[in-house]
Ligand binder design. Structure first.
Ligand code: NAP
Length: 295
């Protein structure tokens, strides 16, 4: 079975991005800039934000983090976004989710200039994705990272049946739409399953490519997978494990051990889809810089 190693690919991509940033710096005297806004003190969000800033620095991009208190009014956050929209040194704006309850996530998504929406959440970017205008939009980083893995591993997708479990706006829906596009990494027949799907195994067993984005530990069991299928696991779930030092460990949405005996290729958790998400965020920020500077 082929292990689709997202950690390895993300390291290769970081080197590629670093080379591009360095060459743009020498041509234009400028580098791409990403600003991340975090509202409140959710510990997991703080870890994600710190990782994003650290990775930006590693590849030579500018990065800044704006920290706001938990009780920040929505109007103030929108004002800060407006000033970043107008700042030519900022090429990517990301507002870390989840947001406190007084702030409407949709209003925040709408406030970000689509040209700087490197998360690919703005309806203008999602709409262009649905229309297949991929070179004119930003694609949501996790699905985009999966497409990149499929491409780099040369996995055959054209004409295959792809089943996506999950229909969130940030993973399931953009993923299903990407797999439907006429691209060399997709061009699939696509089925989307969700919590109201009846007899989900009858769908997943037909999948040549199965993508699980559910958020339930080991939801996909071996009897749900066709022998020889390619299985992509987006889930990140922490479960109890008394054999580890911390007493917990991360697992995906699929039962990796059982399914690896029959699948032809799989992404592990951790080290599969996860590391690709930050790499694609930086790639989107680089694209934004290229567009802003006519490169
Ligand atoms: P989400 O917004 O909670 O969406 C989960 C989706 O799974 C929903 O569409 C839901 O259906 C569906 N679902 C839940 N229970 C189900 C069931 N029993 N049967 C069938 N479908 C079910 O989650 P998300 O943001 O898409 O994330 C999904 C997972 O990916 C999470 O574990 C998250 O941590 C992980 N994730 C990883 C990365 C990464 O970088 N690796 C990035 C983003 C997310 P309904 O729509 O019907 O409720």
């Amino acid at each position: 079975m082929l292990i689709i190693d997202g950690k390895k690919v993300s390291l290769v991509m970081k080197e590629e991005l670093k080379t591009s940033v360095e060459s743009y710096r020498s041509i234009t005297g400028k580098v791409p800039g990403l600003t991340v806004i975090i509202v409140g003190s959710d510990p997991a969000s703080q870890v994600y934000v710190r990782n994003k800033a650290k990775t930006c620095k590693e590849i030579g991009m500018n990065s800044s983090v704006i920290e706001m208190p938990e009780d920040t009014p929505e109007a103030h956050l929108l004002e800060v976004i407006a000033s970043l929209n107008a700042d030519p040194a900022v090429h990517g704006i990301l507002v870390q989710q989840p947001l406190p309850k007084q702030i409407d996530e949709f209003a925040v998504t709408m406030a970000i200039d689509p040209e700087k929406d490197v998360d690919g959440f703005h309806p203008e970017n999602l709409g262009k994705l649905v229309m297949g205008e991929l070179d004119k939009c930003f694609v949501s980083c996790t699905p985009y990272g999966i497409l990149e893995l499929i491409g780099r591993y040369g996995i055959e997708t054209s004409g295959k049946h792809c089943v996506v479990i999950g229909r969130s706006n940030i993973v399931g829906k953009p993923m299903a739409n990407l797999m439907l596009q006429k691209l060399k990494e997709s061009n699939c027949t696509v089925t989307v399953c969700h919590s109201a799907t009846k007899d989900i195994a009858s769908h997943t067993r037909q999948a040549d490519i199965l993508i699980a984005a559910i958020g339930r530990a080991k939801f996909v069991t071996a009897d749900m997978v066709k022998p020889g299928a390619v299985v992509i696991d987006v889930g990140i779930n922490r479960i109890e494990d008394p054999t580890t030092k911390s007493g917990t460990r991360l697992v995906g949405d699929v039962d990796y051990e059982a399914i690896s005996a029959t699948a032809s290729a799989m992404t592990p958790v951790p080290g599969g889809v996860g590391p690709m998400t930050i790499a694609m965020l930086l790639k989107n920020t680089l694209h934004s810089f290229e567009r802003a500077n006519g490169l």
